[in-house]
Ligand binder design. Structure first.
Ligand SMILES: Cc1cc2nc3c(=O)[nH]c(=O)nc-3n(C[C@H](O)[C@H](O)[C@H](O)COP(=O)(O)OP(=O)(O)OC[C@H]3O[C@@H](n4cnc5c(N)ncnc54)[C@H](O)[C@@H]3O)c2cc1C
Length: 419
Protein backbone atom coordinates (compact mmCIF):
# COMPACT_ATOMS: atom_id res chain seq x y z
CA UNK A 1 0.00 0.00 0.00
CA UNK A 2 1.47 3.35 -1.06
CA UNK A 3 0.74 6.56 0.77
CA UNK A 4 -0.02 8.38 -2.48
CA UNK A 5 -0.59 7.50 -6.14
CA UNK A 6 -0.11 10.28 -8.70
CA UNK A 7 -1.71 9.80 -12.12
CA UNK A 8 0.19 11.89 -14.70
CA UNK A 9 3.70 13.31 -14.66
CA UNK A 10 3.28 16.71 -16.28
CA UNK A 11 4.39 19.70 -14.20
CA UNK A 12 1.38 19.45 -11.87
CA UNK A 13 1.69 15.73 -11.09
CA UNK A 14 5.50 15.91 -11.06
CA UNK A 15 5.43 18.68 -8.48
CA UNK A 16 2.97 16.81 -6.24
CA UNK A 17 5.06 13.60 -6.41
CA UNK A 18 8.28 15.53 -5.70
CA UNK A 19 7.01 17.36 -2.64
CA UNK A 20 5.35 14.25 -1.18
CA UNK A 21 8.40 12.03 -1.73
CA UNK A 22 10.64 14.73 -0.21
CA UNK A 23 8.47 14.55 2.90
CA UNK A 24 9.24 10.84 3.18
CA UNK A 25 5.98 9.43 1.84
CA UNK A 26 5.82 6.34 -0.35
CA UNK A 27 4.70 7.66 -3.73
CA UNK A 28 3.89 5.77 -6.93
CA UNK A 29 3.49 7.82 -10.12
CA UNK A 30 2.21 6.85 -13.57
CA UNK A 31 2.38 8.38 -17.01
CA UNK A 32 0.90 6.91 -20.14
CA UNK A 33 3.67 8.46 -22.25
CA UNK A 34 6.60 6.21 -23.13
CA UNK A 35 8.82 8.97 -21.83
CA UNK A 36 7.62 11.81 -19.60
CA UNK A 37 7.57 15.09 -21.53
CA UNK A 38 7.44 13.52 -25.03
CA UNK A 39 5.60 14.70 -27.10
CA UNK A 40 5.48 18.38 -26.17
CA UNK A 41 2.16 20.20 -25.74
CA UNK A 42 3.40 23.72 -25.17
CA UNK A 43 4.59 27.05 -26.54
CA UNK A 44 7.48 26.67 -24.10
CA UNK A 45 7.21 29.97 -22.25
CA UNK A 46 7.47 30.12 -18.46
CA UNK A 47 7.45 33.08 -16.07
CA UNK A 48 10.32 33.36 -13.61
CA UNK A 49 7.76 33.97 -10.92
CA UNK A 50 6.39 30.43 -11.43
CA UNK A 51 9.67 29.10 -10.05
CA UNK A 52 9.66 31.61 -7.20
CA UNK A 53 6.14 30.65 -6.20
CA UNK A 54 7.01 26.97 -6.12
CA UNK A 55 10.58 27.29 -4.79
CA UNK A 56 11.73 25.23 -7.77
CA UNK A 57 15.21 25.93 -9.17
CA UNK A 58 15.87 26.99 -12.74
CA UNK A 59 17.65 24.27 -14.74
CA UNK A 60 19.34 23.77 -18.08
CA UNK A 61 15.86 23.33 -19.61
CA UNK A 62 15.65 27.16 -19.50
CA UNK A 63 17.39 28.26 -22.67
CA UNK A 64 16.82 32.01 -22.94
CA UNK A 65 15.64 34.81 -20.69
CA UNK A 66 13.04 37.32 -21.82
CA UNK A 67 12.25 40.68 -20.26
CA UNK A 68 8.48 40.42 -20.50
CA UNK A 69 5.42 40.02 -22.71
CA UNK A 70 3.87 42.33 -25.29
CA UNK A 71 0.29 42.05 -26.46
CA UNK A 72 0.31 43.25 -30.05
CA UNK A 73 -2.83 44.67 -31.59
CA UNK A 74 -3.70 44.28 -35.30
CA UNK A 75 -2.09 47.69 -35.99
CA UNK A 76 1.18 46.49 -34.42
CA UNK A 77 0.97 48.73 -31.33
CA UNK A 78 1.45 46.93 -28.06
CA UNK A 79 0.53 46.76 -24.38
CA UNK A 80 3.25 45.44 -22.08
CA UNK A 81 3.08 42.86 -19.30
CA UNK A 82 6.56 43.15 -17.96
CA UNK A 83 7.08 39.99 -15.96
CA UNK A 84 10.34 38.31 -16.99
CA UNK A 85 10.42 34.71 -18.12
CA UNK A 86 12.23 31.95 -19.93
CA UNK A 87 12.00 30.16 -23.22
CA UNK A 88 12.23 26.55 -22.12
CA UNK A 89 12.61 23.00 -23.33
CA UNK A 90 9.23 21.90 -22.07
CA UNK A 91 10.11 18.22 -22.26
CA UNK A 92 13.17 19.09 -20.17
CA UNK A 93 11.13 20.82 -17.46
CA UNK A 94 8.60 17.97 -17.16
CA UNK A 95 11.35 15.39 -17.18
CA UNK A 96 13.45 17.21 -14.61
CA UNK A 97 10.63 17.67 -12.11
CA UNK A 98 9.62 14.03 -12.49
CA UNK A 99 13.26 12.82 -12.25
CA UNK A 100 13.65 14.89 -9.08
CA UNK A 101 10.58 13.14 -7.71
CA UNK A 102 12.17 9.77 -8.55
CA UNK A 103 15.45 10.84 -6.91
CA UNK A 104 13.43 11.75 -3.81
CA UNK A 105 11.98 8.22 -3.71
CA UNK A 106 8.97 8.17 -6.06
CA UNK A 107 8.42 4.89 -7.90
CA UNK A 108 7.63 5.96 -11.46
CA UNK A 109 6.01 3.85 -14.17
CA UNK A 110 6.01 5.25 -17.72
CA UNK A 111 4.05 3.87 -20.66
CA UNK A 112 1.27 2.89 -18.27
CA UNK A 113 -2.20 4.40 -18.48
CA UNK A 114 -4.49 4.27 -15.46
CA UNK A 115 -7.92 3.43 -16.79
CA UNK A 116 -9.92 2.92 -13.62
CA UNK A 117 -9.83 3.64 -9.90
CA UNK A 118 -12.07 2.06 -7.28
CA UNK A 119 -12.50 2.77 -3.58
CA UNK A 120 -12.23 0.03 -1.00
CA UNK A 121 -12.05 0.25 2.81
CA UNK A 122 -10.39 3.63 2.92
CA UNK A 123 -7.93 3.22 0.05
CA UNK A 124 -7.85 3.46 -3.74
CA UNK A 125 -7.23 0.60 -6.16
CA UNK A 126 -5.68 1.70 -9.45
CA UNK A 127 -6.15 -0.34 -12.62
CA UNK A 128 -4.57 -0.33 -16.03
CA UNK A 129 -7.03 -2.12 -18.30
CA UNK A 130 -8.17 -4.96 -16.02
CA UNK A 131 -4.97 -5.35 -14.09
CA UNK A 132 -4.62 -3.82 -10.64
CA UNK A 133 -1.34 -1.88 -10.53
CA UNK A 134 -1.36 -0.17 -7.13
CA UNK A 135 -3.18 0.53 -3.90
CA UNK A 136 -2.83 3.93 -2.28
CA UNK A 137 -4.31 5.89 0.61
CA UNK A 138 -4.43 9.18 -1.30
CA UNK A 139 -4.81 9.98 -4.98
CA UNK A 140 -3.57 12.92 -7.06
CA UNK A 141 -5.28 13.28 -10.44
CA UNK A 142 -2.91 15.05 -12.82
CA UNK A 143 -4.01 13.63 -16.17
CA UNK A 144 -3.94 16.91 -18.04
CA UNK A 145 -6.61 18.34 -20.28
CA UNK A 146 -8.76 15.25 -20.87
CA UNK A 147 -9.09 13.55 -17.49
CA UNK A 148 -10.82 10.18 -17.16
CA UNK A 149 -10.60 9.69 -13.43
CA UNK A 150 -12.10 12.91 -12.05
CA UNK A 151 -15.68 11.65 -12.30
CA UNK A 152 -14.67 8.18 -11.05
CA UNK A 153 -13.74 9.65 -7.64
CA UNK A 154 -17.13 11.32 -7.31
CA UNK A 155 -16.19 14.82 -8.46
CA UNK A 156 -18.30 16.59 -10.98
CA UNK A 157 -15.73 17.14 -13.68
CA UNK A 158 -16.17 20.12 -15.87
CA UNK A 159 -19.49 20.10 -17.70
CA UNK A 160 -18.76 23.35 -19.42
CA UNK A 161 -15.19 22.42 -20.24
CA UNK A 162 -14.37 23.36 -23.75
CA UNK A 163 -10.97 22.87 -25.22
CA UNK A 164 -9.04 25.28 -27.37
CA UNK A 165 -6.77 23.76 -30.03
CA UNK A 166 -3.16 24.95 -30.24
CA UNK A 167 -0.44 24.38 -32.83
CA UNK A 168 3.22 25.38 -32.96
CA UNK A 169 6.06 25.46 -35.48
CA UNK A 170 9.76 26.23 -35.07
CA UNK A 171 11.88 28.19 -37.52
CA UNK A 172 15.54 29.02 -37.67
CA UNK A 173 15.86 32.75 -36.95
CA UNK A 174 17.96 33.08 -40.12
CA UNK A 175 15.10 31.68 -42.26
CA UNK A 176 12.53 34.30 -41.28
CA UNK A 177 12.21 38.03 -41.75
CA UNK A 178 11.33 39.02 -38.20
CA UNK A 179 13.08 41.02 -35.46
CA UNK A 180 14.75 38.94 -32.74
CA UNK A 181 13.82 40.64 -29.46
CA UNK A 182 13.97 39.80 -25.76
CA UNK A 183 10.18 39.66 -25.47
CA UNK A 184 7.39 37.15 -25.80
CA UNK A 185 5.01 38.65 -28.38
CA UNK A 186 1.29 37.85 -28.57
CA UNK A 187 -0.68 38.90 -31.64
CA UNK A 188 -4.33 39.31 -30.86
CA UNK A 189 -6.70 39.73 -33.81
CA UNK A 190 -10.31 38.57 -34.34
CA UNK A 191 -9.04 36.60 -37.32
CA UNK A 192 -7.59 34.16 -34.75
CA UNK A 193 -10.96 33.48 -33.10
CA UNK A 194 -10.90 33.19 -29.27
CA UNK A 195 -7.12 33.16 -29.29
CA UNK A 196 -3.91 34.61 -30.58
CA UNK A 197 -0.54 33.97 -32.23
CA UNK A 198 2.60 33.78 -30.12
CA UNK A 199 6.20 34.36 -31.17
CA UNK A 200 8.73 33.25 -28.55
CA UNK A 201 12.42 33.82 -29.27
CA UNK A 202 14.88 31.04 -28.42
CA UNK A 203 18.55 30.68 -29.24
CA UNK A 204 18.67 30.99 -33.06
CA UNK A 205 15.11 29.67 -33.25
CA UNK A 206 11.61 31.18 -33.10
CA UNK A 207 8.67 29.27 -31.64
CA UNK A 208 5.57 30.43 -33.51
CA UNK A 209 2.22 29.13 -32.41
CA UNK A 210 -1.49 29.73 -32.35
CA UNK A 211 -4.56 29.03 -30.29
CA UNK A 212 -7.79 29.58 -32.21
CA UNK A 213 -11.20 28.02 -32.69
CA UNK A 214 -11.51 28.81 -36.39
CA UNK A 215 -8.71 26.75 -37.88
CA UNK A 216 -5.34 26.75 -36.14
CA UNK A 217 -3.31 25.61 -39.15
CA UNK A 218 -4.88 28.14 -41.48
CA UNK A 219 -4.22 31.02 -39.07
CA UNK A 220 -0.66 29.94 -38.27
CA UNK A 221 0.29 29.40 -41.91
CA UNK A 222 -1.13 32.84 -42.74
CA UNK A 223 0.89 34.51 -39.97
CA UNK A 224 4.10 32.77 -41.03
CA UNK A 225 3.68 33.89 -44.65
CA UNK A 226 2.37 37.42 -44.07
CA UNK A 227 4.22 38.50 -40.92
CA UNK A 228 7.42 36.46 -40.95
CA UNK A 229 7.89 36.07 -44.71
CA UNK A 230 8.52 32.36 -44.36
CA UNK A 231 6.97 29.33 -46.01
CA UNK A 232 5.45 27.14 -43.26
CA UNK A 233 7.14 24.15 -44.92
CA UNK A 234 10.50 25.62 -43.92
CA UNK A 235 9.75 24.80 -40.29
CA UNK A 236 12.31 22.64 -38.55
CA UNK A 237 11.96 19.57 -36.33
CA UNK A 238 11.88 20.12 -32.60
CA UNK A 239 14.44 18.43 -30.35
CA UNK A 240 12.25 15.33 -30.15
CA UNK A 241 12.07 15.00 -33.93
CA UNK A 242 8.53 16.35 -34.44
CA UNK A 243 7.73 18.75 -37.31
CA UNK A 244 5.10 20.53 -35.22
CA UNK A 245 3.52 20.22 -31.81
CA UNK A 246 0.19 21.14 -30.37
CA UNK A 247 -2.66 20.05 -28.23
CA UNK A 248 -5.78 21.12 -26.45
CA UNK A 249 -6.13 23.66 -23.64
CA UNK A 250 -8.97 24.06 -21.11
CA UNK A 251 -10.29 27.56 -21.62
CA UNK A 252 -13.44 27.99 -19.56
CA UNK A 253 -12.17 28.06 -16.03
CA UNK A 254 -11.92 25.49 -13.29
CA UNK A 255 -14.04 22.53 -12.20
CA UNK A 256 -16.54 23.31 -9.42
CA UNK A 257 -14.75 21.29 -6.71
CA UNK A 258 -11.05 20.42 -6.60
CA UNK A 259 -10.94 17.61 -4.06
CA UNK A 260 -12.73 14.91 -2.11
CA UNK A 261 -11.53 13.50 1.19
CA UNK A 262 -8.67 11.51 -0.34
CA UNK A 263 -8.48 12.58 -3.99
CA UNK A 264 -7.00 15.84 -5.28
CA UNK A 265 -7.32 17.21 -8.82
CA UNK A 266 -4.43 19.40 -10.04
CA UNK A 267 -3.37 21.29 -13.18
CA UNK A 268 -5.26 21.06 -16.47
CA UNK A 269 -7.43 18.23 -15.11
CA UNK A 270 -8.93 20.81 -12.76
CA UNK A 271 -9.27 23.36 -15.60
CA UNK A 272 -6.50 25.43 -14.01
CA UNK A 273 -5.16 27.48 -16.88
CA UNK A 274 -4.98 31.22 -17.26
CA UNK A 275 -7.99 31.96 -19.52
CA UNK A 276 -6.25 35.00 -21.04
CA UNK A 277 -2.88 33.47 -21.97
CA UNK A 278 -4.04 29.82 -21.75
CA UNK A 279 -0.75 29.20 -19.92
CA UNK A 280 -1.00 26.44 -17.33
CA UNK A 281 2.46 25.37 -16.20
CA UNK A 282 2.74 27.92 -13.39
CA UNK A 283 -0.70 27.34 -11.86
CA UNK A 284 -0.36 23.59 -12.50
CA UNK A 285 2.88 23.45 -10.50
CA UNK A 286 1.31 25.56 -7.77
CA UNK A 287 -1.71 23.29 -7.51
CA UNK A 288 0.61 20.24 -7.28
CA UNK A 289 2.52 21.93 -4.48
CA UNK A 290 -0.69 22.78 -2.61
CA UNK A 291 -2.13 19.29 -3.02
CA UNK A 292 1.11 17.96 -1.50
CA UNK A 293 0.75 20.30 1.51
CA UNK A 294 -2.83 19.14 2.06
CA UNK A 295 -1.94 15.44 1.74
CA UNK A 296 1.03 15.78 4.09
CA UNK A 297 -1.29 17.30 6.66
CA UNK A 298 -3.74 14.45 6.16
CA UNK A 299 -0.99 11.85 6.56
CA UNK A 300 0.49 13.58 9.59
CA UNK A 301 3.81 14.91 8.27
CA UNK A 302 2.97 18.56 7.70
CA UNK A 303 0.72 21.48 8.48
CA UNK A 304 -1.72 23.44 6.38
CA UNK A 305 0.71 26.29 5.85
CA UNK A 306 1.63 27.62 2.41
CA UNK A 307 5.38 27.54 1.73
CA UNK A 308 7.30 30.75 2.32
CA UNK A 309 8.68 32.42 -0.74
CA UNK A 310 12.15 33.74 -1.42
CA UNK A 311 12.69 37.42 -0.70
CA UNK A 312 12.88 39.35 -3.94
CA UNK A 313 11.00 41.87 -6.02
CA UNK A 314 8.02 39.52 -6.24
CA UNK A 315 7.90 39.05 -2.50
CA UNK A 316 4.58 40.77 -2.11
CA UNK A 317 2.90 38.59 -4.70
CA UNK A 318 4.28 35.49 -3.01
CA UNK A 319 3.01 36.72 0.30
CA UNK A 320 -0.45 37.04 -1.19
CA UNK A 321 -0.60 33.26 -1.32
CA UNK A 322 0.67 32.95 2.20
CA UNK A 323 -1.92 35.44 3.37
CA UNK A 324 -4.66 33.44 1.62
CA UNK A 325 -3.49 30.29 3.34
CA UNK A 326 -3.02 31.82 6.77
CA UNK A 327 -6.46 33.37 6.78
CA UNK A 328 -8.04 29.94 6.37
CA UNK A 329 -9.11 28.25 9.60
CA UNK A 330 -6.26 26.04 10.89
CA UNK A 331 -8.61 23.18 11.76
CA UNK A 332 -10.02 22.78 8.27
CA UNK A 333 -9.95 19.29 6.82
CA UNK A 334 -7.05 18.97 4.39
CA UNK A 335 -9.10 18.52 1.24
CA UNK A 336 -11.37 21.45 2.12
CA UNK A 337 -8.31 23.64 2.72
CA UNK A 338 -7.03 22.68 -0.75
CA UNK A 339 -10.36 23.47 -2.38
CA UNK A 340 -10.68 26.80 -0.60
CA UNK A 341 -7.15 28.04 -1.15
CA UNK A 342 -7.50 27.44 -4.87
CA UNK A 343 -10.89 29.14 -4.97
CA UNK A 344 -9.38 32.23 -3.32
CA UNK A 345 -6.90 32.74 -6.12
CA UNK A 346 -7.65 35.57 -8.55
CA UNK A 347 -7.02 33.26 -11.51
CA UNK A 348 -9.76 30.78 -10.55
CA UNK A 349 -12.51 33.40 -10.33
CA UNK A 350 -15.39 33.38 -12.81
CA UNK A 351 -14.97 37.11 -13.40
CA UNK A 352 -11.46 36.43 -14.70
CA UNK A 353 -12.87 33.93 -17.22
CA UNK A 354 -15.55 36.47 -18.18
CA UNK A 355 -12.98 39.20 -18.70
CA UNK A 356 -10.89 36.94 -20.90
CA UNK A 357 -13.98 36.31 -23.04
CA UNK A 358 -14.49 40.06 -23.28
CA UNK A 359 -10.91 40.55 -24.49
CA UNK A 360 -11.34 37.95 -27.22
CA UNK A 361 -14.67 39.45 -28.29
CA UNK A 362 -13.23 42.91 -29.04
CA UNK A 363 -13.26 43.93 -32.68
CA UNK A 364 -10.28 45.12 -34.64
CA UNK A 365 -11.12 48.80 -34.27
CA UNK A 366 -11.31 48.64 -30.46
CA UNK A 367 -8.13 46.59 -30.24
CA UNK A 368 -6.32 49.10 -32.42
CA UNK A 369 -7.56 51.99 -30.28
CA UNK A 370 -6.28 50.23 -27.13
CA UNK A 371 -2.97 49.88 -28.96
CA UNK A 372 -3.01 53.59 -29.81
CA UNK A 373 -3.66 54.51 -26.18
CA UNK A 374 -0.92 52.35 -24.67
CA UNK A 375 1.52 52.52 -27.56
CA UNK A 376 4.09 50.22 -25.96
CA UNK A 377 3.54 51.20 -22.32
CA UNK A 378 3.00 48.68 -19.58
CA UNK A 379 -0.68 47.85 -18.89
CA UNK A 380 -0.36 49.46 -15.40
CA UNK A 381 0.73 52.78 -16.90
CA UNK A 382 -2.53 53.83 -18.58
CA UNK A 383 -2.17 57.33 -20.10
CA UNK A 384 -5.55 58.72 -19.03
CA UNK A 385 -5.34 61.82 -21.21
CA UNK A 386 -4.91 59.64 -24.30
CA UNK A 387 -7.79 57.44 -23.24
CA UNK A 388 -10.12 60.42 -22.78
CA UNK A 389 -8.98 61.77 -26.15
CA UNK A 390 -9.89 58.47 -27.83
CA UNK A 391 -13.29 58.36 -26.05
CA UNK A 392 -14.11 61.92 -27.14
CA UNK A 393 -13.36 61.00 -30.75
CA UNK A 394 -15.22 57.66 -30.45
CA UNK A 395 -18.24 58.38 -28.22
CA UNK A 396 -19.87 55.03 -29.09
CA UNK A 397 -17.19 53.41 -26.90
CA UNK A 398 -18.07 55.39 -23.77
CA UNK A 399 -20.64 52.79 -22.55
CA UNK A 400 -17.97 50.06 -22.63
CA UNK A 401 -15.18 52.15 -21.04
CA UNK A 402 -15.88 50.69 -17.58
CA UNK A 403 -15.67 47.15 -18.92
CA UNK A 404 -12.44 47.94 -20.71
CA UNK A 405 -10.94 49.29 -17.50
CA UNK A 406 -11.74 45.97 -15.81
CA UNK A 407 -9.50 44.31 -18.36
CA UNK A 408 -6.66 46.20 -16.70
CA UNK A 409 -7.23 44.26 -13.47
CA UNK A 410 -7.20 40.99 -15.42
CA UNK A 411 -3.90 41.95 -16.97
CA UNK A 412 -2.53 42.54 -13.48
CA UNK A 413 -3.44 38.95 -12.56
CA UNK A 414 -2.00 37.74 -15.84
CA UNK A 415 1.28 39.58 -15.34
CA UNK A 416 1.83 37.40 -12.28
CA UNK A 417 0.06 34.17 -13.22
CA UNK A 418 0.20 34.21 -17.01
CA UNK A 419 2.93 31.61 -17.47
C1 LIG B 1 -0.20 24.22 -27.89
C2 LIG B 1 -0.08 24.54 -26.43
C3 LIG B 1 0.77 25.55 -26.02
C4 LIG B 1 0.90 25.86 -24.66
N1 LIG B 1 1.81 26.80 -24.27
C5 LIG B 1 2.02 27.02 -22.95
C6 LIG B 1 3.07 27.88 -22.53
O1 LIG B 1 3.85 28.40 -23.34
N2 LIG B 1 3.22 28.10 -21.20
C7 LIG B 1 2.40 27.51 -20.27
O2 LIG B 1 2.56 27.78 -19.06
N3 LIG B 1 1.41 26.67 -20.65
C8 LIG B 1 1.22 26.39 -21.95
N4 LIG B 1 0.25 25.51 -22.35
C9 LIG B 1 -0.58 24.86 -21.33
C10 LIG B 1 0.24 23.81 -20.56
O3 LIG B 1 0.91 22.98 -21.46
C11 LIG B 1 -0.66 22.99 -19.65
O4 LIG B 1 -1.48 23.87 -18.90
C12 LIG B 1 0.18 22.12 -18.72
O5 LIG B 1 0.82 21.13 -19.44
C13 LIG B 1 -0.67 21.50 -17.62
O6 LIG B 1 0.12 20.63 -16.85
P1 LIG B 1 -0.50 19.30 -16.25
O7 LIG B 1 0.58 18.66 -15.47
O8 LIG B 1 -1.78 19.61 -15.59
O9 LIG B 1 -0.92 18.40 -17.51
P2 LIG B 1 -0.02 17.78 -18.65
O10 LIG B 1 1.21 18.54 -18.86
O11 LIG B 1 -0.93 17.56 -19.81
O12 LIG B 1 0.40 16.35 -18.06
C14 LIG B 1 -0.54 15.32 -17.89
C15 LIG B 1 0.21 14.01 -17.98
O13 LIG B 1 -0.66 12.97 -17.59
C16 LIG B 1 -0.47 11.86 -18.43
N5 LIG B 1 -1.71 11.08 -18.37
C17 LIG B 1 -2.94 11.49 -18.79
N6 LIG B 1 -3.85 10.55 -18.50
C18 LIG B 1 -3.18 9.55 -17.88
C19 LIG B 1 -3.60 8.29 -17.35
N7 LIG B 1 -4.89 7.94 -17.34
N8 LIG B 1 -2.67 7.48 -16.81
C20 LIG B 1 -1.35 7.86 -16.80
N9 LIG B 1 -0.92 9.03 -17.29
C21 LIG B 1 -1.81 9.87 -17.81
C22 LIG B 1 -0.15 12.48 -19.78
O14 LIG B 1 0.58 11.57 -20.58
C23 LIG B 1 0.67 13.71 -19.39
O15 LIG B 1 2.06 13.43 -19.37
C24 LIG B 1 0.12 25.16 -23.70
C25 LIG B 1 -0.73 24.13 -24.11
C26 LIG B 1 -0.82 23.81 -25.46
C27 LIG B 1 -1.71 22.67 -25.87
Amino acid sequence: MYDVAVVGQGPAGGMAALRLAEAGHSVIAFDRKKRVGDPIHCGEGLGKIALEHTNYPVGDWAIREVKGNRIRMPNGKSVGLMSPGYSIHRWGLDRTISDDAVAAGTERHENLKITKVTKEEGHWNLFSKDEEVAKAKQLVIAEGRVPNIVTQVGLKGNDKLRLLPGLQYKFKTSDVDFPDTDYFDFYIDPMYADGYIWVFPRDDIFNVGIVATNGAKKGLDYFCREHMSVDPDKRIDNELGDKQNGGLIPRDGPIPQFSTKDAYVVGDSAGLTNPITKGGVHVGMLSGEYAAIAIRNELGTGKLVPPSHSVNCHELRGRYWEACGKSLHPDLESHIWYDRILKRQPWTKQKFVDQSKLIYSLDKRVLNLIGEIYDGRNYSNLPWHKMFGVLIKNPDLIPMAGKLLKIKSSLKVTETYGW
